[in-house]
Ligand binder design. Structure first.
Ligand code: GLP
Length: 241
């Protein structure tokens, strides 16, 4: 595991973007695993900047997002599909037909999960999976449980997760109670994992995830088993490491 601490958010975002662009420069057809939430917004800004500077092209990449809320249409302002278009896809040369996000509107959610797994399998290995960290140690939407699922599956969101994400929703809007998420098994199959954690409020959980026991109570602790894990933290998030 390689943990790198940054004294500014800008430097952290640049470093994360440099890792991703490096992979795409080496392999223009790379398969990118993407994440949402507040943490990667600055990284996507930097990727757009790198694209505008002519440093990287996303024309041939395939992307798979970690998760999507159940019940939100792709044009809902809080769907992860909308988020990805707003923050990255609309601003670079990615081929929309090669961007993949589970559909939260599928009439048969179990079928949608297996369709998503098949797509990931058909694309081969995910070259790099970008990850944020939930306050309760979740990755994607893999919440703390006695057992974790390997493949894509439907989850009931923890109350804590709904509260944490309520900040993105308009007043009076309900945070969905379910989501579809890539499983921990699929995440761990990625060639390289890039975990990015920012802020004092994540210091305790990032410590538990990276230095505590490997337990399904802290899904991110399973990342310790991955041979190619890079963790980028700001000073506040890394203060207890
Ligand atoms: C969200 C997402 C995760 C994300 C995490 C942290 O609910 N499903 O993929 O990494 O929670 O989000 P944030 O970066 O906003 O703290």
């Amino acid at each position: 595991m390689n943990i790198i601490t940054f004294d500014s958010e800008a430097k952290l975002n640049e470093a994360a973007a440099r890792i991703i662009t490096g992979i795409v420069q080496t392999n223009p057809s790379a398969v990118l695993g993407l994440a949402t939430g507040g943490t990667p917004v600055g990284i996507y800004k930097q990727l757009v900047h790198d694209y505008n500077e002519g440093l990287v092209s996303f024309k041939k990449v395939t992307t798979f997002n970690l998760d999507e809320y159940v019940g939100l249409a792709p044009d809902h302002h809080q769907s992860y599909s909308y988020y990805m278009r707003e923050n990255l896809f609309n601003h670079v040369d990615v081929d929309a037909s090669r961007t993949n996000i589970p559909s939260g509107l599928a009439s048969d959610l179990v079928e949608e999960c297996s369709r998503y797994d098949q797509l990931i399998q058909a694309a081969g290995r995910i070259d790099i999976q970008l990850l944020g960290l939930g306050h309760n140690g979740h990755i994607g939407f893999n919440e703390p449980e006695e057992e974790l699922s390997s493949g894509t599956h439907v989850v009931e969101l923890a109350e804590e997760t709904k509260q944490a994400n309520a900040r993105f929703f308009s007043e009076g809007e309900q945070v969905p109670s379910q989501a579809i998420t890539m499983g921990v098994g699929t995440i761990l199959k990625a060639k390289t994992l890039l975990l990015v954690v920012k802020g004092k409020d994540k210091a305790e959980i990032v410590k538990r995830a990276l230095t505590g026991p490997i337990t399904t109570d802290v899904p991110a602790s399973l990342l310790q088993t991955h041979p190619q894990l890079t963790v980028l933290v700001d000073q506040a998030a890394g203060s207890l490491l």
